[in-house]
Design a protein around this ligand. Structure first.
Ligand code: HEC
Length: 180
């Protein structure tokens, strides 16, 4: 029993030593060092400090290499922030990204969505002026039977419908303008 335990301890010790050696080798590898620099904020701070002191002393070779790795870190952080901003913008897009007229907001948005994305009524974003205008006139005249739209459109003038049709036809463009 003791022998087995001793053997086990030996195996573990050897394994640990081997592991440490291989970790050492990894750390020696230049690529790994760079990666560690990139991942470590502490080293970035150090890099910045020595870079600024390097600037005072005219700069030397090892300091410039740290300098470039901290520049890498800043690039990484910047793209991270960009990604987060993009995600936020996309999220905002779902909540009502572009501006719509008061007329659309009060009369249509409750069923067709604040940005025409649909809901109770069908999605209207992406529809052309001709399509929306024809639909609206048909609903209003009663050619196309829909009690909701029919009743609603009786209170709106033809000019209002024309304005709304023009506006809805612009929705897709407005959404695209926001994506940029
Ligand atoms: C109470 C809910 C409701 C409101 C408010 C409403 N709609 Fe609708 N709308 C609908 C429904 C439901 C349909 C589907 C009718 C059908 O196809 O028979 C529809 C259909 C449409 C269509 C045809 C879309 C398609 O793809 O067939 C257009 C265009 C439209 N509405 C525009 C408007 C406009 C503009 C307003 C504001 C003046 C408005 N709607 C207000 C419920 C509503």
């Amino acid at each position: 029993m003791r022998h087995i335990l001793a053997l086990l301890a030996l195996v573990i010790t050897l394994g640990t030593v081997w592991h440490l050696i291989s970790v050492d080798k990894d750390i020696d590898a230049l690529g790994k060092v760079e990666e560690i620099f990139r991942k470590s904020d502490l080293l970035v701070e150090l890099g910045k400090k020595s870079a600024s002191s390097g600037a005072m002393s005219g700069g030397s070779a090892p300091l410039t290499s740290i300098d470039s790795s901290s520049a890498l870190v800043e690039d990484d952080k910047k793209s991270e922030v960009d990604d987060k901003l993009k995600a936020l913008r996309e999220k905002a897009g779902n909540v009502g990204a572009f501006k719509v007229s008061q007329l659309y907001k009060s009369k249509c948005a409750s069923c067709h969505g604040v940005n025409g994305e649909g809901g109770i009524g069908p999605k209207v974003i992406g529809q052309s002026y001709e399509k929306v205008s024809t639909e609206l006139m048909a609903f209003k005249k009663g050619d196309k039977k829909n009690y909701v739209m029919y009743g609603l459109l009786q209170n709106l003038s033809d000019e209002d419908l024309d304005i709304l049709a023009k506006e809805i036809a612009e929705f897709e463009q407005r959404a695209k303008a926001l994506e940029k």
